[in-house]
Design a protein around this ligand. Structure first.
Ligand SMILES: [Zn+2]
Ligand SMILES: [Zn+2]
Length: 149
């Protein structure tokens, strides 16, 4: 290659490389931005989904597709719960619903609650997933929905 052509070629290549780097940077920034927007969109969809799920559970929405999706969510909650070994406390289990100690008779030897009394009264359940919740819980331990005071 003649020297007279060499310099312009180098300049051209350098320019091109720089342009490619800038282009790459712009593409990367655009990707990051759309990924960020996508993330925000998903968060909004999740919020929306939670709200819709609640409205379906409260029977304020009757769209069949939404009802079906809501039912699938309930089923998933139930499956996760079963997997974690959480279930509605039952007197015949012989386990105190409060402190989880084994009990015999009418009172728990661990925490002293009246076992008969506990099972005689209706258990507070989550309005959304219908799992038993602790009266003082602000959020349902199963579906995570905020409980009304
Ligand atoms: Zn107990
Ligand atoms: Zn729940």
């Amino acid at each position: 290659m003649a020297v007279s052509l060499f310099l312009p070629s180098i300049l051209y290549l350098t320019f091109n490389a720089k342009r490619r780097t800038i282009t790459k940077k712009i593409i990367l920034e655009e990707l990051q931005m759309s990924a960020e927007k996508e993330k925000q969109k998903i968060q909004k969809l999740v919020e929306m989904g939670k709200r819709v799920h609640m409205l379906v559970r409260e029977k304020q929405l009757a769209d069949p597709e939404l009802v079906a999706l809501s039912g699938q969510l309930l089923k998933l909650d139930a499956e996760v719960n079963a997997h974690l070994g959480k279930k509605r406390p039952n007197k015949s289990d012989g386990i105190c619903p409060q402190c989880k100690a084994a009990f015999e008779g009418a009172f728990c030897g661990g925490c002293g609650i009246n076992i008969d009394e506990f099972f005689a009264k209706p258990m507070p359940v989550c309005i959304i997933c219908e799992f038993v919740v602790d009266e003082n819980d602000v959020f349902c331990g199963v579906c995570g929905v905020k409980r009304e005071a």
